[in-house]
Design a binder for this molecule. Structure first.
Ligand code: NAD
Length: 249
């Protein structure tokens, strides 16, 4: 068995799928994580180049399921070299569009998945990387910096994810574990399908001087590099991948 052992959350579709495919193309073994897309995850694993890929299942909002998925992947691989925290939810909950009960629900679900789920996956993965080093890449969002007026819990969850990545980059460096973050703008996936239809989609594409949104493969390229052995010095970074649609200082 060759290649690194890589766990990608939310890998049955979208950005996660492109990330899983890129690692596999480079000879790594990939654990394709999903929550309720066993068929898609199974099809992906069967189609990936190379050998030794596996499917793992967990609702990331459930700490025990996260632990079982991370430990299960590490056990089947005989270790874990890379964790990509990609899974996330992005659902509308404008402040005047939601009841107080819906507001509670959206905040809890979004933070439990996007932030606490990622933190729990790191807690578990770090224990498998402690002796041998590793790479952790978190998929955040431009929204952490630019704001998400219609999805404020999402913006907050991604800002929290940025801070989590920075804190753990420091905490885990002595163990040879680098932690980095990518912050994409809009990417053409199932998550953004509805948003990208005209006329709203035209406005979104015009936010970038390139006049388009990203392809999932463009995000995967950055994730792959940040997870590479040569990227240790990028630990703690947050890489903007938004086609110059939002320039922060
Ligand atoms: P997507 O909806 O296609 O994929 C997200 C995956 O996460 C899905 O497979 C979903 O089932 C999984 N997921 C959600 N909640 C889960 C849970 N509780 N447990 C387990 N799995 C869960 O979206 P995508 O566009 O591929 O997004 C991937 C990541 O990129 C997300 O973190 C998202 O916030 C981020 N992102 C996306 C965009 C974009 O425009 N698409 C922009 C910036 C950041």
């Amino acid at each position: 068995m060759t290649g690194r052992a890589v766990l990608v959350t939310g890998a049955s579709r979208g950005i996660g799928r492109a990330v899983a495919a890129l690692f596999a193309q480079h000879g790594d073994r990939v654990a394709v994580h999903h929550r309720d897309s066993a068929d898609l995850a199974g099809e992906l694993v069967a189609s990936l180049p190379g050998a030794g890929h596996i499917v793992v299942r967990a609702d990331l909002a459930d700490p025990e399921q996260v632990r079982a998925a991370v430990d299960g992947a590490a056990e089947q691989f005989g270790g874990l070299d890379v964790l990509v925290n990609n899974a996330g939810v992005y659902t509308p909950h404008g402040i005047f569009d939601t009841s107080y009960e819906q507001w509670q629900h959206e905040w809890r679900r979004t933070l439990d998945t996007n932030l606490v789920g990622a933190a729990n996956a790191i807690w578990c993965a770090a224990r498998h990387m402690r002796e041998r080093g590793g790479r952790i890449v978190n998929v955040s969002s431009r929204g952490a910096f630019r704001g998400e007026p219609g999805q404020p819990a999402y913006g907050a969850s991604k800002a929290g994810l940025n801070a989590l990545g920075q804190s753990l980059a420091v905490a885990l460096a002595p163990y040879g574990i680098a932690v980095a973050t990518v912050a994409p703008g809009f990417v053409a996936t199932d998550m953004t399908n509805e948003h990208l239809k005209p006329p709203r989609g035209d406005e979104i594409r015009a936010q970038s001087p390139f006049g388009r949104v990203a392809r999932p493969e463009e995000i995967a390229e950055a994730v792959f590099w940040l997870a590479s052995p040569g990227a240790e010095w990028a630990s703690g970074t947050i890489v903007d991948l938004n086609g110059a649609s939002y320039l922060r200082s």
